[in-house]
Design a protein around this ligand. Structure first.
Ligand code: NDP
Ligand code: 8X3
Length: 266
C-alpha cells in the first residue's frame, strides 16, 4: 500500500511465527521504500530472514536485524540509542514477542514459568512501548504520529484451564492497550489490538518445552490459522487511512468458536 511508503516498522519477536510473517508481509506491501527493524533474541535467525526478505522483494526495503530480549529492561532501555539515525523515527511498533510455558494448574505452576511469561508478554511489551512512544509523541509538531499494534490473544478474553498465567498476561496486554488508547485520545497515534485464535507456529512447541509431538497434537483434526493470516491483518491495520483505527480484532480459524471450542475432524 502506498500509505506504508517511507515508514519505519519495528517488530518484536520477528525470528519466528507471526512476527516473521509480519516482516515479509510489510516488505511485500511496500517493497520500494520501507525500513524494517527486526528484533528477537535469536540474531542468527534474524540475519537469515533479512537476507530472505531482500531476495524476495529486492533491496528497496532496508532491513535491520537487532538482537533484543524484551524481558530485559536494561536492553530495552538502551535499544533506541543503538539504532542508526535513519531507523530512529519509528512509525509502527508491532509488539508481538510473547510466549506460553506449560499447561500446569495452580498450585503446580512453575515459578520460573510465571516470571518468564509476565516479564516477556507484559513487562516487556510495556517497556518496549514506553521506549518508543516518546519520539512518536514529539513528532508531527507535537500532534504525535504512529501506530502501536499489540498482539493479544483469545486467551486474554477468555481464561481457560491450564492457562492461568498465559491468559492473565494477555488480559493484561488487553487492559494496558485500552488504557493507552484512551490516554492518547488527543494524539495522532493509533493503538491497535489484534487477538488471534489458534495459529500454528512454534507457540505450542515452546509451551511443551520443545516436545514437537505434544505440540502437533494441539492441532490434530483442525486446520489452524497460518502466521501469514495474522500478518495480513496487522499490515491491513497499519495501511489504513490515518483517521481509521482498527481498534480491536478477534481472528479465528473456521473450526474455532472460543478458546476451547474446537471442531475436530477425527
Ligand atoms: P513463536 O514461538 O513462533 O514466536 C514467538 C516469537 O517471540 C519468537 O520470534 C521469539 O524469538 C520471540 N520471543 C520470545 N521471547 C522473547 C524475548 N524475551 N525477547 C524477544 N523476543 C522474544 O510464536 P507465535 O508467532 O505464535 O507468537 C507470537 C505472538 O502471538 C505471541 O505474543 C503469542 O502470545 C501470540 N499469539 C499466538 C497464538 C498462536 O496460537 N500461535 C494465538 C494468539 C496469540 P526468540 O526466541 O528469537 O527471542
Ligand atoms: C494462543 C491461543 O488459546 O492457545 O494465544 O492460548 S491459546
Amino acid at each position: 500500500a502506498k500509505r506504508l511508503n517511507g515508514k519505519t516498522v519495528l517488530i518484536t519477536g520477528a525470528s519466528s511465527g507471526i512476527g516473521r510473517s509480519t516482516a515479509f508481509e510489510f516488505a511485500r506491501s511496500s517493497p520500494q521504500n520501507l525500513k524494517l527493524i527486526l528484533t528477537a533474541r535469536r540474531i542468527d535467525t534474524l540475519n537469515e530472514i533479512a537476507v530472505e526478505i531482500v531476495q524476495e522483494v529486492g533491496n528497496g526495503v532496508k532491513v535491520l536485524p537487532v538482537q533484543l530480549d524484551v524481558s530485559n529492561p536494561e536492553e530495552v532501555r538502551g535499544f533506541k540509542e543503538k539504532l542508526p539515525a535513519e531507523f530512529r523515527d519509528i512509525d509502527v511498533l508491532v509488539n508481538n514477542a510473547g510466549l506460553v510455558r506449560g499447561v500446569a494448574k495452580a498450585p503446580e505452576i512453575l515459578e520460573e514459568d510465571i516470571t518468564v511469561m509476565f516479564e516477556t508478554n507484559v513487562t516487556g511489551l510495556i517497556n518496549m512501548t514506553q521506549a518508543i512512544l516518546p519520539e512518536m509523541l514529539e513528532r508531527n509538531n507535537g500532534a504525535g504520529v504512529g501506530d502501536i499494534i499489540n498482539i493479544g490473544s483469545i486467551a486474554g478474553r477468555e481464561p481457560y484451564v491450564g492457562g492461568g498465567i498465559y491468559c492473565a498476561t494477555k488480559a493484561a496486554v488487553r487492559s494496558f492497550t485500552e488504557s493507552m488508547r484512551k490516554e492518547l485520545i488527543s494524539k495522532r497515534i493509533r493503538v491497535i489490538c489484534i487477538d488471534p485464535g489458534q495459529v500454528e507456529t512454534d507457540f505450542s512447541v515452546v509451551r511443551f518445552y520443545g516436545d514437537k509431538d505434544k505440540a502437533k497434537a494441539v492441532y490434530a483434526g483442525c486446520e489452524p490459522l497460518t502466521p501469514e493470516d495474522i500478518a495480513e491483518a496487522i499490515v491491513f491495520a497499519a495501511g489504513r487511512r490515518e483517521n481509521v483505527v482498527i481498534a480491536d480484532t478477534l481472528i479465528f480459524p473456521n473450526h474455532q468458536a472460543s478458546a476451547t471450542i474446537m471442531h475436530r475432524n477425527n
